[in-house]
Design a protein around this ligand. Structure first.
Ligand SMILES: Nc1nc2c(ncn2[C@@H]2O[C@H](COP(=O)(O)OP(=O)(O)OP(=O)(O)O)[C@@H](O)[C@H]2O)c(=O)[nH]1
Ligand SMILES: [Zn+2]
Length: 355
């Protein structure tokens, strides 16, 4: 793979020029996990840490590398490198971390374009597109609206909704797709350029993986597990969060993107899963997880066909991600004194959803 496939261009080259003289190499961060990074360079992938100086002078999260960042690094041995510099970013996707006063969560750097994905059949909201657009605008990421699952509604309704979106939101391309009819995929593919970076913002279950697979022309694991060991005796498993498509184009997909979708749409959960939530009130146990309990009214309703099984699967998936998200936040706050409060508020939140 050439650096250009990863998005290397004249601007990055110019930022890099000075550091080349010092024997540093350019690379792009493809995964990040607790201040350890996987960086891809012309010579391959390296396990990297940041220079002590860089950590020492960091004033906030923004001063640490994020997925998508171009960095200047020195390569020490076959698999270990030190990041000396973060090259200037042209865009930065971030949001206020949940419950953490003033703290910013960096989702990804140097994203050119975000696909704002919503399924056209249910839980469809122009307000949500507008919130995503606000994020794009403040992050310098250009948006493309993708309406999915158009096979689930009839043609006239589809046209009506597309017109509605276009009348509220101008100057943003709107593409309607379906993985059943394959409508729209060519239009999305035409937008994707070699060396440009894309991300997908949208709630769970709207069809982001399906879109990615169609862009890739094959099944891409959205969490591409890689195992790294180095002669320093460390061994970590991490996920590659930046995927280079064979057809050209780069897709950044990481837990932050997902949390973004979930947190953003959490208030809409009740409406999206109204049916399930109604049945859940009749479950035998108050803390029913609706997965294997005796006397679970939700499972009963799924078996009787009163709850759509896809909708049930989505609900469980959403709950798992929510639980994962909750534990990540809790982990981050372990040292803080507000842990009890956080757990309490998450419990309150999940009860609101589960009951
Ligand atoms: N009918 C129909 N179903 C679709 C379409 N696109 C996706 N689906 C289905 O919707 C479900 C969710 O799709 P995913 O692609 O996994 O959704 P996602 O946004 O990646 O979900 P997360 O991984 O939870 O973020 C799957 O069962 C898909 O088969 C479509 O165009 N039409
Ligand atoms: Zn239940």
């Amino acid at each position: 793979m050439e650096l250009e496939d990863l998005g290397y261009n004249d601007t990055v080259a110019q930022s890099m020029a000075g550091y080349n003289l010092d024997g540093l190499e350019p690379g792009r961060v493809v995964a990040e996990h607790r201040e350890r990074y996987i960086v891809r360079t012309a010579a391959g992938e390296f396990d990297a840490e940041i220079l002590g100086n860089l950590r020492f002078s960091a004033k906030g999260r923004e001063d640490f590398p994020a997925v998508g960042d171009w960095v200047a690094l020195s390569i020490y041995d076959s698999d270990f490198a030190i990041i000396h510099r973060i090259l200037p970013r042209f865009s930065l996707l971030s949001r206020q971390a949940v419950g953490q006063f003033g703290e910013v969560q960096i989702i990804a750097a140097n994203v050119d374009c975000a696909f704002l994905v919503q399924a056209i059949d249910r839980d469809f909201s122009i307000n949500r597109f507008e919130r995503y657009l606000t994020v794009c605008h403040s992050s310098s990421v250009s948006p493309v609206i993708v309406l999915t699952k158009t096979d689930l509604i009839d043609q006239s309704k589809k046209t009506e909704l597309i017109e509605l979106v276009k009348s509220r939101i101008s100057d943003v391309p709107v593409i309607a797709v379906s993985n059943k009819t394959l409508d729209g995929y060519e239009d999305v593919k035409k937008l994707v350029e070699r060396g440009k970076s894309y991300c997908m913002l949208g709630s769970s279950g709207v069809g982001k993986s399906t879109l990615l697979n169609n862009l890739a022309g094959k099944t891409v694991m959205r969490t591409d597990e890689i195992s790294n060991s180095s002669n320093r005796g460390r061994h970590v498993t991490t996920h590659r969060e930046l995927i280079v498509l064979e057809s050209g184009g780069i897709v950044i997909d990481n837990p932050g993107m997902r949390e973004f979708g979930i947190a953003d749409s959490s208030f809409g959960l009740e409406t999206a899963f109204d049916n399930i939530i109604n049945f859940a009130q009749e479950c035998k146990y108050n803390d029913c997880t609706h997965t294997n309990e005796k006397g679970c009214a939700v499972i009963d309703a799924v078996e009787k066909g009163k709850i759509d099984s896809d909708s049930y699967e989505n609900y469980l998936k959403m709950e798992r991600e929510r639980a994962h998200f909750a534990s990540t936040v809790a982990e981050r706050r372990k040292k803080g004194k507000d842990l009890a409060k956080t757990i309490k508020s998450f419990k309150k939140n999940s009860m609101r959803i589960a009951t």
